[in-house]
Design a protein around this ligand. Structure first.
Ligand SMILES: C[S@@+](CC[C@H](N)C(=O)[O-])C[C@H]1O[C@@H](n2cnc3c(N)ncnc32)[C@H](O)[C@@H]1O
Length: 236
């Protein structure tokens, strides 16, 4: 491992805005579950970015919405380090980073603890549909921690993940809120706030834009808890 990476890993342990559970911790819930209000010292809405990489969205959104709390989740420590360092340098009190696999998300968040989820340039997993973050497997996990009608936002360069997610929305009766095929050709009309949000660029987005890829956006919610449980009982 490179010297820089080692330095970042040890520095990561000292950042107050980073939560790094022990690797063998997953048999029980983390004590943080249900207690994020105490971490942020307020009851403001909590928005999480899953697979946040260097946390550009988490940081960008936290600057735009100082009255909301943001948590970037990723397994890669050296990437998280970048976001955590910016948040520390800028004293962004509404930002935290959680180093874990997304698969264990329900160990860290209680039922209804989350207001919204962002999926930014998630791996499309061409050969493993179950591992896509918008597969039923993951959506079922998200469904528990999300509040009623809590939005899931997907921003992607991948035609495969975009189409797969649209199919999942139809097949499982989720509620599509917004569907934009190319955000940089889109007229936002009266919705300048959405434009400002969607124009935030991540590391991967910049890479794909250089390759002339169109950047797609979907937002959807799963409906009320009551309907959700009926739907899943019916369909599972
Ligand atoms: C293609 S990168 C996108 C990073 C960032 N959102 C961006 O747009 O620059 C996907 C990220 O998801 C993370 N990731 C993928 N699967 C994961 C999992 N199961 N648990 C935690 N992180 C995961 C990777 O470590 C990587 O940082």
């Amino acid at each position: 491992m490179g010297k820089d990476k080692l330095k970042r890993f040890s520095q990561l342990k000292t950042f107050k805005n980073v939560i790094q559970p022990q690797a063998n911790y997953y048999s029980s819930d983390d004590p943080i579950k249900g207690n994020w209000c105490d971490i942020f010292e307020n009851k403001n809405p909590i928005i999480i970015e899953l697979g946040c990489g260097a946390g550009e969205y988490t940081i960008g959104l936290s600057r735009l919405f100082p009255k909301n709390n943001f948590i970037g989740v990723d397994i890669k420590g050296a990437r998280l380090w970048k976001g955590a360092k910016i948040a520390e340098d800028e004293k962004l009190l509404n930002v935290r980073f959680l180093r874990t696999k997304i698969d264990f998300i329900s160990k860290f968040f209680a039922e209804n603890e989350i207001d919204e989820i962002w999926l930014t340039f998630s791996d499309p997993q061409p050969k493993k549909p179950r591992k896509r973050l918008t597969s039923k497997l993951f959506i079922n996990r998200f469904s528990v921690i999300l509040k009623n009608n809590g939005l899931i936002h997907l921003k992607t360069d991948s035609d495969l993940l975009y189409q797969f997610t649209k199919d999942e929305i139809i097949n499982h009766n989720y509620y599509l809120k917004k569907d934009i095929k190319n955000i940089y050709n889109h007229t936002f009309k009266n919705n300048t706030s959405l434009k400002e949000i969607l124009y935030l660029k991540t590391f991967y987005e910049k890479k794909w834009l250089q390759k002339q890829k169109s950047i797609k956006y979907l937002s959807f919610h799963l409906g009320s808890k009551k309907n959700r449980y009926n739907i899943s009982k019916f369909k599972l």
